[in-house]
Design a protein around this ligand. Structure first.
Ligand code: FAD
Length: 830
């Protein structure tokens, strides 16, 4: 087995040691700067509330495994999880509605949950003020993790299995030989290792700095207080249970006021997110003292009473029994926040053997540890953890200013009702395409992704809505789905299908892969034969060894050994970079350069039946079907501007992605825009684009399909070349999978009433049983109905009826044959 050093003996580090041991690894050292019996990190004082359900399937499943595991760890008959259930109460109508949405998430991800009336909340939780509560959501399998106790039991059991624990031992450096980690430095010397995993919690930034890795987490203080004894709670049997198993009331959330509660024997514990964000720099906290106790640990800062005042007043309203109590003990406890609220899991691309598992809540701790142990031992995690990937951030998102601002926002918004399309107000305009000035003139409404500003629709197209033919008139929406939406998108889709529109495609990731080893690399990593002639475009998949999909990309062969890759995420770049390096080491001389060219290029998607007319007005380049067939590309000059024209389309219409370098961008935009006026050209945004994408059935990686799915289930086996001679990652697994009947499938659904909207992640019921979930959804303007893609059991056939639950309401839908629009591809291949 590999030699592993884990830095940090909190709930994450100890779980990781345990997960590795259970997979047969036996050379593991855990190094902890604090005393092992109470290391003094966030785990040492975590109240341990585990609310499993979230909008994220990944996070919910990481939590569900944590619950299962903590329930299985016991000593002397006492478990490490007190399954008291979780109750979230609504005190506003908006929250009451939102709990319905949350109930939907629970059904989607397989968590048993029940919406309960105000009376039932009160029965379950007699201390509640029944005049305030409107209703609740009860999740019986939620509860309290006894995190500190679990950590001790894990240390005990893994020590017996041979794991070495070094307490009072700070890691002061990370040793490396070139791009490979070789061990860690501690005050008494070094510990050699093949793999070093930083589970250092909110000290992650400092650990990352030791190897030049920016860790985008922000330590923030969060207030937690215990009351004096509550008359109605004292004197019960539960107080005799050891080690904090001292609660029988459900854990309680009052998210309208950013509060949560648990019972501590006769006392109440109160957690508060409503106070000002209080950032902390871990290195300023000093060394962990020799002796750590409940009151004295680096992660516990002094309580600032004035910040807690509103929480205390609100608490006494919600729980009147607390009016007879006082705050007995409070502290500002430190833990980590990230720019998108997710944990950090994985490795940086430039260094081998260094991994992190940080910004992880107790709630997800065992799940994250298992995922990483699976990655280390088998190369992949069974739960898709793409959204936790350390490498998911763009460069612009890694600087401290960005992390500090967004981390604080996530703290403030942690209990807010968040619309799936909600946009942050700041920081904005970090990355803008060269077309930005023109887009503003056209009244673009921008949405942000990866720091990029992307037009969602253009107010300049407003008047077109009035002239839409009756079958294209947008239907009225419910208030929730009408948010961050405009009927202008219908007009933009109409123009694309009937005339021509230009879309800003700049924010899509573009990488250049070049050099003598480039063919070998792409041949090894993709499911297609990319040894085609220069000028060819290939849609292909990146798989893992299990035949599951880790990405879908476009490979554009520009020259014999120069390729352009159209990819989805920064993680794809990290993967290609790493694999290129691994390959170069194996075949010296066959160098490969992988370069992100997204920012120094820009791209316009020009699509619609009149797209050729627009080009004819500015160039003599042959863009006939023969001159530039579907899935081919050529270099051309458009009105003096050098461009690459790539014949492909996400929206299912004739046209090209027209790419040039950034400095030519604005002129390219102006040229096409002016040439297009004669032909009814408009600028159109992502909202219309998404609708047309779904009509064509083009999948979005990360939402419609993930590493949990194989190409046959996801309906993308057409991107696998069954005759490819060369070996590629996942080939052997695919051959096995190809003979199996998929047990689930990604299906296209349309809504029967033609108007009820769905936004994504809703549960789908088949024969009245929760059977799957929606991935992405949009109104299909061309087909005149809402469309939802959904994972469903393999046996559900086309033409069958299902129901989608949206805010507690059942919406009837039908499983359709794909594609919903132009299945013969006539529009694309004319
Ligand atoms: P830690 O427990 O901080 O462990 C990291 C360890 O690394 C530390 O012991 C540290 O000493 C060690 N270390 C750091 N640097 C070095 C070094 N250079 N050398 C050696 N060792 C090093 N989560 C929930 O799920 N539910 C809750 O209800 C909840 N409530 C919370 C309430 C409060 C007040 C706070 C502060 C946090 C709460 N959390 C909760 C969050 C949760 O406590 C943390 O996210 C979790 O404990 C982090 O675990 P960890 O193992 O990653 O980090």
């Amino acid at each position: 087995s590999q030699r592993v050093v884990i830095i940090g003996a909190g709930i994450v580090g100890t779980n990781l040691a345990d997960e590795l041991v259970s997979r047969g690894w036996n050379d593991i050292t855990v190094v902890e700067q604090g005393p092992l019996h109470m290391p003094g990190g966030s785990t040492s004082h975590a109240p341990g509330l585990v609310f499993q359900t979230s909008p994220s399937k990944t996070m919910t499943h990481l939590a569900r495994y944590t619950v299962e595991k903590l329930l299985s760890i016991e000593k002397d008959g006492h478990k490490c999880f007190n399954q008291v259930g979780g109750l979230e109460v609504a005190t506003t109508p908006a929250r009451l509605e939102d709990l319905k949405r949350k109930h939907g998430y629970a059904s989607s991800w397989g968590i048993d949950a029940r919406l309960v009336s105000a009376e039932e909340c009160f029965r379950m939780y007699p201390h509640l003020n029944n005049e305030m509560v409107l209703g609740g959501l009860h999740i019986p399998s939620d509860g309290l993790a006894l995190a500190a106790r679990a950590t001790q039991l894990l240390i005990e059991r893994t020590s017996k299995a041979g794991v070495r624990y070094l307490g009072h031992t700070p890691v002061t450096g990370i040793e490396r030989d070139g791009r490979r980690v070789t061990g860690v430095s501690i005050p008494s010397g070094t510990i050699a290792a093949d793999i070093v995993v930083s589970c250092a919690g909110f000290w992650g930034v400092e650990l990352g700095a030791m190897v030049g890795v920016d860790i985008p987490l922000l330590p923030l203080a969060h207030q937690y207080a215990k009351t004096t004894a509550v008359p109605g709670l004292v004197g019960r049997d539960i107080n005799s249970l050891p080690n904090g198993m001292n609660a029988e009331l459900p854990i309680l959330r009052h998210q309208d006021k950013r509060l949560y509660y648990r019972e501590h024997g006769g006392q109440y514990g109160i957690g508060y997110y409503g106070h000002r964000p209080m950032p902390v720099v871990a290195s300023s906290l000093g060394l962990t003292p020799k002796e750590v106790d409940e009151q004295n640990m680096p992660s516990r800062l002094e309580f600032t009473t004035e910040d807690f005042d509103p929480a205390w007043k609100e608490t006494q309203k919600l729980l009147p029994a607390l009016q007879d109590t006082e705050i007995a003990d409070g502290f500002n406890g430190v833990f980590s926040f990230t720019p998108d609220g997710g944990p950090l899991l994985g490795q940086p691309s430039h260094l081998d053997g260094f991994y992190v598992a940080e910004a992880v809540w107790v709630t997800h701790s065992a799940g994250v540890a298992r995922a990483l142990a699976q990655i280390l031992t088998t190369g992949r995690s069974e739960i898709d953890v793409s959204e936790c990937e350390l490498s998911r951030f763009e460069e612009v998102q890694l600087n401290r200013d960005y992390v500090t601002e967004t981390g604080q926002q996530n703290f403030v918004e942690i209990y807010d009702i968040i619309h799936p399309l909600q946009q942050r107000e700041s920081p904005r305009n970090l990355r803008v395409s060269p077309f930005n000035a023109r887009q503003r003139e056209l009244g673009a409404i921008f949405f942000e992704t990866g720091g990029w500003e992307r037009p969602w629709w253009y107010e300049a197209n407003k008047d077109l809505v009035k002239s839409l033919p009756p079958s294209w008139k947008p239907v009225d929406r419910d208030a929730w789905s009408a948010q961050l939406h405009s009927p202008i998108s219908a007009a933009e889709a109409w123009k694309t299908r009937n005339a021509v529109a230009m879309f800003d495609m700049t924010a899509f990731h573009r990488f250049e892969v070049s050099g003598p080893g480039a063919v070998g690399l792409l041949q090894r990593l993709t499911t297609s034969d990319i040894t085609t002639k220069p000028g060819t475009v290939t849609y292909t998949l990146l798989l893992n060894d299990h035949g599951n999909i880790r990405g879908d990309i476009f490979v554009l062969r520009l020259e014999d050994d120069v390729f352009q890759i159209g990819a989805n995420t920064a993680t794809d770049l990290a993967y290609l970079t790493r694999e290129a390096r691994v390959q170069e080491q194996k075949t010296p001389g066959q160098w490969i350069q992988v370069r992100d060219i997204t920012g120094n290029t820009c791209c316009i998607g020009l699509w619609g039946p009149r797209a050729r007319d627009v080009i004819a007005g500015i160039s003599t380049v042959d863009v006939s079907n023969k001159g530039l067939p579907y899935f081919s590309l050529k270099n051309a000059i458009l009105a003096g501007i050098p461009v690459t024209m790539i014949r492909k389309s996400y929206v299912g219409e004739l046209g090209w992605e027209i790419q040039t370098t950034a400095e030519n961008g604005q002129r390219l935009w102006d040229t096409i825009y002016q040439a297009g006026t004669l032909h009814g050209l408009i600028a159109a945004g992502r909202s219309a684009f998404n609708s047309m994408r779904l009509e064509k059935g083009y999948r979005t990686y990360g939402a419609d399909m993930t590493t949990e799915h194989n190409p046959f289930e996801a309906g993308v086996s057409y991107a696998v070349d069954a005759n490819k001679k060369d070996d590629f990652v996942g080939k052997a697994a695919l051959q096995r999978l190809s003979s199996q009947v998929p047990s689930r499938r990604l299906r296209a659904l349309t809504v029967d009433d033609g108007r009820s909207m769905i936004l994504g992640k809703e549960p789908v019921f088949y024969n009245d049983k929760a059977a799957g979930y929606v991935t992405t959804a949009a109104f299909g303007y061309t087909i005149g109905k809402p469309i939802a893609y959904a994972w469903l059991p393999g046996g559900v056939s086309e033409g069958e009826s299902v129901e989608i639950e949206y805010f507690g309401k059942r919406i009837k839908a039908t499983v359709e044959t794909e594609s919903l629009y132009d299945p013969e591809m006539n529009r694309l291949s004319q």
